[in-house]
Design a binder for this molecule. Structure first.
Ligand code: GDP
Ligand code: MG
Length: 682
């Protein structure tokens, strides 16, 4: 914080020829001192000026395009900004060449220093028909922007006053970061942790550098940072092992230089900003990426295309998934028969293995191919760069909801699993946005719910599995929108902030990268099958088998008794006691809804028999209501745990459970009643 008697240090940075020297002279008048940067023959100019009672000390940094460690100038700028801690950096941006100039801006922003943009050469930009929405540009970047014409000393006073108000913390400043995409962001977090845990490194560096910046630089293979860090951390240290591991992982995912991918993402961020805030009267040469974007991110066509891709994803999931699914089904049936013939006594063991384990876990495992296919589709959409744009297409809807476009990324991740998705809300700057995004996240239908839809659509909507499943997902999205709107209005009133679409060039995903992504996520599901679902199945089996002598899985079993207690609650929805039991246990993990039916019916090794079993308890109408209920009600235990952790509040965790239960009940009720009114069989 600068007081009136302490001088404010301001460093000027910018691309060569952006007008730094001109602005420097405008700011300081004649008072300047020319010397060299220590140890090198690069000129260093310093001058002073007074404004509004404060003294400004202005330093003219060497012109650079970037802040990598490739040139002496870049290192000077970087070291000055990090080690000398100026109060503020004025980034001189050539408005007539804004796209290239903003690249340096993204890197200054990354350094975590306060930046004010002097948008210079406004006269040239105007003459060339480049119209810049200054207000929007400032909002998107989260930093003040002052238009200037250095040559004619225009904007100098406003620049000075903006410098002072920013240093004094009066001017608006938001901490915006380039998002490098899920893979790189994950490695950045890991590296940040490793840096923070390395005692000597953190002691030595974290005073001047943010751990995020160091992490990004390590991924970029920045020689200077690596060299500096290695003075304090040995090559075999946990930190450097993590560096190796992260680079190795990213290289195998991208099959490309990580640095290139990082640079592409920064340009992608800039491209998004420019597309929003800059309008050109004359056309620029168009690249293939631009051409694709004209269609896919088009204001009108963008949304239908997004919907089409989503629909295609479900179509493929069921269409292609059928075949490997039948193989696994055969395998499970074979396994069931094998146990049936070879382990005949004791009878309870046979029953537990066949009905409980194979029935329960097997009934979920048959959906493994579909889960893998959906993950392949999501990976491809992400790896091509489409998902980053999808976030933007959705941004308009998000805005209308009063949410930040960035909220869409965690929501999108929710389609995979709500647990990492809730954690991903940490990227949101506003606490209110964060709470709303966390609360509605479970409405994004995670893959754990897919087996439920797959089972029920196969039994009741065999000809339209993809479309019906798509409609359930859509229902979740619509409800999420409605709830977000309600929460924004009544629980967390406030305004949303603008959002930059990241437009890195489209890239062809590599087979290896797609496979790695699919496996990372799919294997999680396998682990779950071997643990939570297995345990749930055995518990269900015990409840169905006991008390001794009772008919397996009948109303007289423990499961039946529990179900009958709960039945009145679900009766108005057209469900029976079995549904009540399945939903109760599905609270642990939603796949257990399926394994419960597998176990309860004691026919888990035979999918066709589950389907025919389900036909006794459901009609297409109540089956649809049941899928909707499964979608909406109480997120699974793991999600609840992460909601508690991220909100730090039992009250909001309880709210998340309570509202979703209530909503699930209401929606299922409406579906059932409206269906009956329409003359459907209940
Ligand atoms: P530096 O390399 O960033 O120090 O840039 P200079 O200050 O040397 O400026 C480069 C050239 O651009 C000089 O010829 C300046 O006179 C000219 N210049 C600086 N600002 C403006 C401006 O706002 N408009 C126009 N038309 N020219 C400018
Ligand atoms: Mg100069």
């Amino acid at each position: 914080m600068a007081s009136d008697n302490k001088p404010v240090t301001v460093a000027l940075s910018g691309n060569p020829n952006a007008g730094k020297t001109t602005i420097f002279n405008n700011l300081t008048g004649g008072r300047q001192h020319v010397g060299n940067w220590p140890g090198v023959t690069v000129e260093k100019k310093e001058g002073t000026t007074r404004f509004d009672g404060s003294e400004l000390r202005v330093i003219d940094l060497p012109g650079t395009y970037s802040l990598t460690a490739y040139s002496l100038e870049e290192v000077i700028v970087r070291d000055y900004v990090t080690l000398e801690n100026p109060d503020l950096v004025v980034d001189i941006v050539d408005a007539s060449n804004i796209e290239r100039n903003l690249y340096l801006t993204t890197q200054l922003m990354e350094l975590g220093v306060h930046v004010v943009i002097a948008l210079n050469m406004m006269d040239v930009a105007t003459a060339r028909g480049i119209n810049i929405d200054i207000e929007l540009l400032s909002e998107l970047l989260g930093i003040p922007v002052v238009p200037t014409v250095g040559l004619r000393n225009r904007g100098t006073e406003e620049l000075k006053s903006t410098i002072l108000s920013t240093v004094k913390g009066v001017a608006r400043f938001r901490d915006i970061k380039v998002n490098y995409g899920k893979d790189i962001e994950e490695e950045i977090s890991k590296l940040q942790q490793a840096i923070e845990q390395d005692e000597r490194v953190s002691e030595e560096f974290l005073g001047n550098y943010s751990s995020r910046w160091l992490a990004v630089k390590l991924l970029e293979e920045d020689e200077k940072v690596e060299e500096d860090l290695s003075k304090y951390s040995e090559p075999g240290s946990a930190l450097f092992k993590q560096v190796e591991a992260s680079r190795g992982h990213l290289f195998s995912v991208f099959s490309e230089d990580i640095e290139t991918v990082i640079v592409d993402n920064r340009y992608g961020f800039v491209a998004g900003v420019v597309r929003e805030a800059v309008e050109r009267e004359f056309e620029e040469p168009i690249t293939l990426s631009d051409r694709i974007d004209r269609i896919l991110t088009n204001r009108v066509l963008g949304f239908p295309f997004f919907a089409l891709f989503m629909w295609l994803m479900f179509f493929l999931t069921f269409f292609l998934g059928k075949y490997p699914m039948n193989w696994i089904d055969h395998l499970m049936r074979g396994l069931g028969n094998l146990i049936n013939t070879n382990i005949t006594s004791p009878a309870w063991l046979q029953s537990m293995l066949v009905d409980g384990v194979v029935g329960g876990v097997g009934s979920v495992l048959v959906f493994l191919p579909q889960i893998f296919i959906i993950f392949i589709c999501i990976s491809i959409l992400e790896d091509t760069g489409y998902m980053a744009r999808a976030a933007f297409i959705m941004d308009r809807i998000m805005h209308w909801l009063g949410l930040h476009g960035k909220s869409f990324i965690p929501l999108l991740m929710g389609f995979g699993c709500n647990v990492p998705a809730v954690m991903a809300t940490r990227t949101l700057e506003s606490d209110k946005d964060r709470m709303i995004t966390i609360l509605v996240n479970p409405l994004m239908s995670c893959t754990a719910r897919l087996p439920v839809y797959a089972l029920f659509t196969a039994a009741f909507f065999a000809a339209h599995q993809g479309t019906v499943t798509f409609s359930i997902y859509l229902l979740g999205i619509i409800l999420a929108i409605a709830m977000a709107k309600l929460f924004r209005r009544f629980l967390f009133p406030g305004e949303s902030e603008p959002f930059v679409m990241e437009l890195p060039p489209y890239r062809l995903p590599t087979l290896k990268g797609t496979f790695i992504h699919m496996w990372e996520r799919g294997s999680m599901f396998l682990r779950k099958a071997g643990t939570v679902i297995l345990a749930g199945s055995v518990v269900m089996w015990i409840l169905s088998y006991l008390p001794p002598g009772v008919e397996y899985g009948s109303g007289a079993s423990l499961a039946g008794k529990i179900g009958h207690v709960l039945e009145p609650l679900v009766k108005p929805l057209g469900f029976d006691w079995r549904a009540a039991v399945a939903l109760l246990f599905g609270f642990v993990a939603k796949e257990i809804v399926v394994s419960t039916y597998g176990t309860l019916l004691g026919v888990g090794e035979n999918r066709a028999m589950i389907s025919s079993g389900l036909n006794q308890f459901f009609t297409p109408l109540t089956a649809y209501g049941f899928m909707a209920f499964t979608l909406i009600y109480t997120p699974c235990l793991a999600t609840i745990a992460v909601i508690k952790k991220e909100t730090g509040s039992w009250k909001w965790t309880a709210f998340a459970i309570g509202y979703s239960l209530l909503l699930a009940w209401i929606v299922a009720f409406v579906i059932y009643r409206v269906g009956l009114l329409l003359g459907l069989r209940g």
